[in-house]
Design a protein around this ligand. Structure first.
Ligand code: NAD
Ligand code: DAU
Length: 330
């Protein structure tokens, strides 16, 4: 099988490529990635079955040529960071909406199967005490420029399935953690701050809840959908990993040998979503997928060890990232 992975040099995409190479000997991978600040060729495995093409998903000619010669497209490429979208929304519209449109048109032209990677943030947020979780039937209600462009891309995919018979599936996953995540994101930012002797930064009171899942569990679910998912369906991916941000920071500090209160509160993110929670029962029941990292603390411990052991991978990103945060006052 030939798979085209857009955004394969980013966090989740690179882990997807690594897992695919390790577990699917019959599959060759081409990565299409613009290598933005978030992409890193060094995250990819050195393997003759992996080819990296540097290019933009909104470049129709490049996309057409690559889609024409593949069996499946797995579409991870996106601008992915909420804080950046609040600062400058345009790249989010360009990549997440126009880029996805470009992928859809190429898949339609060549009759190629697409799996579109999306996020639980399209559903907005939940109250802390709401017994409900997000399901595939939850109405879309995105809050940020990032999540609204992801919601837009999902709607385009749905329309292409219905209007043009495109063979596509969508997955909406909760917050991922694990190796190769950019240091702008919450967990790696705090781990690398601590390594640098800087106190972790908690937005607002830190009561916001995220539903953490290990990146390998996400990617295994993606393969289950490609292998057995129903065309046109939406699958939610989550591992019942709800934890508030304050607890995450305290756990990281304790795991790294510091007092659990050795962090600072900083100004809150505007429009900050309060809580996400996924009901993944369709994905579990229909596809037999189950997460394997069910103990968040031990997954976090392994992630801390990875950042300690792989400083050359993240060091180059750290200074520019913290400069950006300094300008945002966070
Ligand atoms: P990331 O920011 O780490 O990686 C994004 C990758 O896309 C980078 O390699 C970047 O260079 C590439 N890219 C950006 N614009 C491009 C363009 N115009 N053309 C080609 N490549 C481009 O993101 P991530 O965290 O790995 O997220 C991957 C996907 O998963 C995104 O679609 C995101 O919305 C979704 N998602 C992420 C999470 C999470 O917790 N990180 C959870 C659910 C869903
Ligand atoms: O839910 C899935 C989404 O998860 C994905 O669609 C996004 O691509 C991904 O970035 C992530 O979005 P979040 O905004 O939830 O992730 P982030 O890592 O930026 O922040 C997680 C939480 O931690 C959030 O409540 C904000 C808070 N935070 C973040 C940073 C960077 C802090 O308290 N301090 C920080 O320094």
């Amino acid at each position: 099988m030939k798979v085209l992975v857009t955004g394969g040099a980013g966090f989740i995409g690179a882990n997807f490529v690594r897992r695919t190479i390790a577990t699917r000997p019959d599959t060759d991978v081409t990565v299409l990635d613009a290598l933005t600040y978030a992409g890193n060729a060094a995250s990819l495995p050195s393997d003759e079955r992996v080819t990296l093409v540097k290019g933009d998903i909104a470049d129709a000619d490049t996309v057409d040529e690559l889609v024409r010669t593949t069996d499946v497209v797995v579409h991870f490429a996106a601008e992915s960071h909420n804080d950046n979208s609040l600062h400058d929304p345009w790249p989010f519209v360009q990549t997440n909406v126009i880029g996805t449109y470009t992928i859809l048109e190429a898949c339609r032209r060549h009759g190629v199967r697409l799996h579109h990677i999306s996020t639980d943030e399209v559903y907005g947020d939940l109250e802390l005490d709401d017994p409900a979780k997000f399901t595939p039937a939850t109405p879309y209600n995105p809050s940020s420029p990032y999540s609204s462009t992801k919601a837009s891309s999902d709607l385009l995919v749905r329309a292409w399935v219905r209007s043009f018979g495109l063979e596509a599936t969508i997955s909406n996953c909760s917050n991922n953690y694990g190796p190769f995540q950019h240091v702008e994101k919450f967990i790696p930012r705090q781990i690398t701050n601590i390594i640098d002797g800087v106190r972790p930064k908690l937005y607002g009171a830190g009561l916001n809840v995220r539903d953490w899942i290990h990146v390998d569990d996400h990617n295994d679910a993606v393969w289950s959908i490609i292998d057995g998912g129903r065309i046109g369906e939406t699958y939610l991916i989550g591992a019942d990993g709800e934890v508030d941000n304050k607890t995450v920071v305290e756990t990281i500090l304790a795991e790294m040998g510091f007092e659990p209160d050795a962090y600072d509160h900083v100004s809150d993110r505007p429009g900050h979503d309060l809580r996400y929670a996924i009901d993944a029962s369709r994905t579990r029941d229909e596809l037999g997928w189950e997460p394997t990292y069910i103990d968040f603390a031990s997954g976090l411990r392994a992630t801390i060890a990875w950042y300690r052991d792989n400083e050359p991978w993240w060091r180059a990103q750290k200074h520019a990232t913290e400069l950006k945060y300094e300008q945002l006052g966070r």
